[in-house]
Design a protein around this ligand. Structure first.
Ligand SMILES: [Zn+2]
Length: 191
């Protein structure tokens, strides 16, 4: 018995150490998460030469919207080949081709928001690189399911941290927790 209890005693310190470690990891994760929200979200318009008439002000979350059901972003119309800029500084998460989105770039910006640049004609960004706002990510096109339609940038902002207060009982209303309306940002910014 004495032998057994001795063995148990030697194992005891492991648990608190693991607990302390996990606590540290959690604290670090919370700090990183909060730090992301403290990064200022300076914004520039993502299409060269665009103005308030380049996009429809009520197209975000418009219904019905084909296979997407709801329009999760804003379409900014411009000539094919017009430069597309990153609207905020951030980390390029993805550059590639998607069946519906066509040539696309995803940038992780301040507040953990992901900025989507879809239907591009060409891609200029490189994945896993930090880019400053106003840097070129590509050019306007009509790739993916925009083929045959006027060239435009489908610009969307999503959040991996759910905004639960945005949910409603409308069609796809629960999906609203993942999206932010870019319209006020596009209207507020002049260049
Ligand atoms: Zn669109």
């Amino acid at each position: 018995m004495a032998h057994l209890s001795k063995r148990a005693d030697t194992k005891l310190p492991r648990k608190p150490r693991l607990k302390k470690y996990l606590k540290g990891v959690c604290l670090a994760a919370v700090c990183i998460l909060l730090a992301g929200y403290l990064v200022p979200e300076h914004f520039v318009r993502p299409v060269a030469g665009m103005n308030d008439r380049s996009f429809h002000h009520e197209s975000f979350w418009y219904y019905p919207w084909g296979a997407s059901v709801r329009h999760k972003g804003v379409d900014i119309f411009a000539r094919k080949g017009t430069t597309v800029f990153t609207s905020t500084s951030g980390l390029v998460l993805y550059c590639g081709t998607h069946r519906r989105g066509g040539k696309m770039v995803l940038v992780l910006g301040p507040k953990w928001r992901i900025h989507h640049y879809l239907h591009l004609d060409t891609i200029a960004a490189r994945p896993y690189r930090f880019i400053r706002r106003g840097a070129m990510v590509g050019t306007v096109g009509n790739s993916g399911n925009a083929k045959g339609k006027p060239s435009h940038l489908h610009y969307a902002i999503s959040t991996p941290v759910p905004y639960v207060w945005q949910a409603n009982t409308d069609i796809q209303g629960w999906k609203k927790i993942w999206y932010i309306d870019p319209t006020p940002y596009l209207l507020r910014t002049t260049s």
